[in-house]
Design a protein around this ligand. Structure first.
Ligand SMILES: C[S@@+](CC[C@H](N)C(=O)[O-])C[C@H]1O[C@@H](n2cnc3c(N)ncnc32)[C@H](O)[C@@H]1O
Length: 248
């Protein structure tokens, strides 16, 4: 991976802080929260944030593609950094659309040199994330990153239970498909028992309703978030799904 000298990266951060102290403070706060919620060292996640920013080839590719993507996923750098830091073997995500999150996860897995991403997407059913004409789910993912990717097209309600059963255990689960309360709760309930102890549960758009908070409270997890991205770690002593269910 092509990277600039770390001192230049730090100088860049300080320069920005000098020009926009409030923005720098918000950024600092955001990354401190991420490190805290994901249980990772702050210096490490910041190192990976800089690594991503300095990856000229990947950033150039994204910039060329983004003109055709009608939405944003503001937490892609955060997702990249936690995947780099945790070095997961198995990640499952629902909701691919153009593939911003997928591309960042796969870029991180490539840098880790290990791990597989399993994604499920039912494209073009959600306003705002419709694919450009002639494009398929995950079209922005570079060919060079696809060998660690297994993409299934279909409804997560139908595909997710079987996928999780086949995989057995998952290191990271990321929800970003249908954001209805019912579907988010369904996916969290499916993924949680398969999540390894110490594994990371993440969800975009947790601000829309109470699905994230309700799920976390029910399972004695901290309903923590960075921006709209829910990030919580499954405790090493978490109860099994059956005991958790019977306890509520
Ligand atoms: C917000 S977009 C995903 C954005 C993506 N994570 C990214 O970073 O580019 C949501 C995607 O989930 C898909 N979707 C909606 N309902 C779904 C379902 N029940 N099962 C699977 N995918 C679904 C949408 O069509 C869309 O492609």
């Amino acid at each position: 991976m092509k990277q600039s000298f770390p001192a230049w990266s730090l100088a860049h951060d300080f320069g920005r802080a000098f020009v926009n102290p409030r923005g720098a403070w918000n950024l600092l706060r955001r990354w401190v929260l991420l490190a805290h919620h994901a249980g990772l060292p702050y210096a490490e996640v910041m190192r990976y944030r800089r690594e991503l920013r300095d990856d000229a080839e990947f950033q150039g590719h994204l910039k060329r593609c983004l003109v055709d993507v009608p939405y944003i996923f503001p937490e892609t750098a955060e997702v990249y950094a936690v995947v780099r830091a945790i070095k997961p073997g198995v990640i499952v995500e629902t909701g691919v659309a153009s593939g911003l999150s997928s591309a960042h996860i796969l870029r991180a897995l490539a840098a880790n040199g290990t791990g597989t991403l399993h994604s499920i997407d039912l494209p073009n059913v959600q306003q705002g994330s419709v694919l450009p004409d002639g494009r398929a789910s995950g079209w922005i993912v570079p060919d060079s990153l696809r060998f660690r990717w297994k993409l299934q097209i279909g409804d997560s309600r139908k595909l997710l239970p079987d996928l999780l059963r086949t995989l057995g255990h998952v290191d990271i689960f990321l929800h970003d498909s249908d954001h209805s309360y019912e579907n988010m709760s369904f996916e969290f309930e499916q993924a949680f028992p398969r999540l390894k102890h110490g594994g990371l549960l993440m969800s975009d758009d947790t601000h829309l309703h109470g699905a994230w908070d309700d799920f976390c409270v029910k399972h004695d997890l901290r309903p923590t978030r960075v921006g709209h991205l829910g990030v919580t770690r499954k405790p090493r002593n978490a109860r099994t799904s059956s005991s958790a269910r019977s306890a509520h």
